[in-house]
Design a protein around this ligand. Structure first.
Ligand SMILES: C[S@@+](CC[C@H](N)C(=O)[O-])C[C@H]1O[C@@H](n2cnc3c(N)ncnc32)[C@H](O)[C@@H]1O
Length: 229
């Protein structure tokens, strides 16, 4: 069974991707027009380092969501590792969370912990998960995930989606590390080399990970990592 191909989840995702495209069009256009993409990423990371809360407050109306292709990849990963517990850093309006929660639903259930700084985004994410009939599978935590994820995870983690502030991927991974199952799948979207050491860390097998860049959405810093111990 697969709820991405047809039915309520598929319909809600189609609607949300359309809404997201309209809401984020000016931002995406400005980003696309930047002649120096690498410079634009460095500039964003500098701004984030200076004022993380302010940067994301300014993006509170933007979805900043994964593409449908990336969403399907998340769904496939969750099913491939038979995930029952997933943690997401940066849930925004809930699009990526819907793909992962749909995978949980299509197996035999489970738990997804979603996080976001912005309470208004989490309110919309809750409504979107409810519209897709998946709200019983998700617990959203509002606030800085560096704090909210300290409250406990409830068991071993099968899968992590990192899609929040670029500079916090490594601290969040280290926070979750004691809870990672051997073989846990960690997916970084926007895992850039400038992102405060995350890629160096997961690409060093001495740290207990194997990792490689994903060959789709090039330039978006997509990285697949497996916990090896
Ligand atoms: C790229 S968006 C996430 C998109 C979402 N995963 C999706 O595909 O629909 C990044 C989100 O991370 C959130 N964020 C940034 N820093 C955070 C932090 N320290 N704790 C929790 N959320 C954070 C932002 O508010 C923003 O909504």
């Amino acid at each position: 069974m697969d709820s991405l191909s047809q039915g309520l989840v598929a319909d809600v995702l189609l609607r949300l991707h359309r809404e997201a495209e309209a809401a984020d069009a000016p931002l995406m256009q400005a980003m696309g027009e930047a002649t120096d993409q690498q410079g634009a990423i460095s500039h964003f990371i500098e701004a984030e380092t200076r004022d993380l809360t302010g940067v994301y407050r300014g993006l509170a109306d933007n979805f900043l969501n994964v593409s449908p292709e990336f969403g399907r990849f998340l769904y496939l990963c969750a099913r491939a590792c038979k995930a029952t517990r997933i943690v997401e850093f940066g849930s925004s309006m809930g699009i990526s969370a819907i793909y992962m929660a749909a995978a949980l639903r299509d197996m035999s259930g489970g738990r997804l912990i979603g996080t976001d700084l912005e309470s208004a985004k989490i309110a919309r994410a809750r409504a979107n998960l409810a519209a897709a009939g998946l709200d019983d599978l998700i617990e959203f935590r509002v606030g800085d995930a560096c704090e909210t994820l300290k409250a406990g995870i409830g068991g071993e983690i099968d899968m992590v989606m990192l899609d929040g502030a670029f500079t916090l991927y490594l601290p969040i991974l280290k926070l979750l590390e004691p809870h990672l199952k051997c073989g846990a799948v960690i997916i970084g979207e926007n895992a850039f080399a400038e992102g405060a050491g995350y890629l160096d860390y997961v690409r060093d097998p001495q740290n207990g990970y194997l990792s490689l860049p994903l060959p789709f959405n090039p330039g978006r810093g997509n990285e697949l990592t497996i916990r090896t111990r």
